[in-house]
Ligand binder design. Structure first.
Ligand code: BTN
Length: 325
């Protein structure tokens, strides 16, 4: 572990408590100069580290910076096989994981970024991914004998896990706009994009990359005009370790669904969290849009809708919009 990371791990364990430079140096068997250099680097990365004469250094309780150590603190024991890596600002976490998957990487790789320059959304859209205010996370999965149709399950598990994680660490109620958007108070606070590669030899998915983006805070200057009406954030105020807790809780839920494959539990939760049930919606299908009402979500997580002409349909993919008022 780099010196800076060892110093950070010590600070994380003692968040809000002052530790003298001498104590840190003794603890980690490094020089006082090395401590000072590590503190300088951590500050440059955005960590709020207070320094008080005769007391030492302390990682401020208001620090909210994504870090591997910070996430590990909140991960449940039993999922240590996840290999987490964090980038400051990259093009797309999904793109990085896809490249690793194509190189034969094992499942369980988790790539997070503090910002993305080319965040990818569904149907070729861009996912707005400003630096410092969100979580952009992708996981490499290699489920056994998974057909392309069954791959939808991993988007569903991710959506349910995101809602549970948000509700565990905030006061908010999170809902799902079928099929992959996370909403709070009628504003989109997150989206999921699951991509993959199908093996022609056996017709099963060779790998899946489940990517999720969450708007933890609103960007300083607000969301861009195109999404200002529809986008929202999970927290209004800066949290102590909000991003690390959220990322870890998301992974805790997601990996437990992934490994247990507990079908009924997540489909039921997905149904309960579905925003479209009972709402007036627009269904976009085969290049046209039709008004409908969301009736239900079935065991396969298909959205059952009733069109104005009285006909019903069960949708397993596609796009809807919801009229909230
Ligand atoms: C959507 O809202 O259409 C889906 C958005 C998915 C965004 C996430 S952010 C992490 C991962 N990397 C990407 O480039 N996209 C996904």
């Amino acid at each position: 572990m780099a010196t800076k990371d060892s110093v950070l791990a010590l600070f994380e364990k003692n968040k809000g408590i002052y530790i003298s430079g001498e104590e840190i140096a003794d603890n980690l068997h490094i020089s006082r100069t090395a401590v000072w250099k590590a503190v300088k680097k951590l500050r440059e990365e955005g960590y709020h580290i207070d320094a008080v004469q005769n007391k030492g250094y302390s990682l401020s309780m208001n620090t909210d910076v994504l870090s591997v150590q910070g996430i590990q603190k909140y991960l449940k024991p039993g999922i240590p096989w996840l290999k987490t890596e964090i980038f400051a600002d990259i093009d797309s976490t999904n793109a990085i994981v896809k490249a690793k998957a194509a190189d034969g990487a094992q499942e369980g790789i988790v790539i997070l970024a503090n910002g993305q320059t080319n965040g990818k959304g569904r149907v070729g859209r861009n996912f707005y991914s400003p630096v410092d205010t969100g979580i952009y996370l992708s996981v490499l999965l290699r489920p056994k004998c998974c057909t392309a149709q069954e791959a939808l399950k991993y988007t569903i598990i991710a959506a349910v896990s995101a809602c549970q994680a948000i509700e565990k660490i905030s006061e908010e109620t999170a809902m799902i706009k079928w099929v992959n958007d996370i909403y709070i108070n009628e504003k989109k606070v997150g989206g999921i994009l699951t991509e993959g590669s199908l093996s022609i030899e056996n017709g099963f998915m060779d790998y899946l990359v489940m990517g999720i983006g969450l708007n933890v805070y609103s960007p300083k200057n607000g969301f861009p005009e195109e999404i200002a009406e529809t986008a929202g954030a999970i927290f209004k105020k800066q949290q102590n370790d909000g991003k690390n807790r959220l990322a870890a809780e998301f992974l805790n839920y997601f990996m437990s669904y992934y490994t247990e494959q507990d079908n009924l539990k997540y489909t039921e939760l997905y149904r309960k969290k579905s925003l479209a049930i009972g709402k007036k919606i627009k269904v976009y299908k085969n290049g046209k849009s039709q008004n409908a009402i969301g009736i239900d979500v079935d065991q396969e997580c298909r959205l059952i809708v009733k069109y104005e002409n009285g006909k019903t349909d069960s949708l397993s993919s596609g796009e809807i919009s919801i009229r909230f008022s």
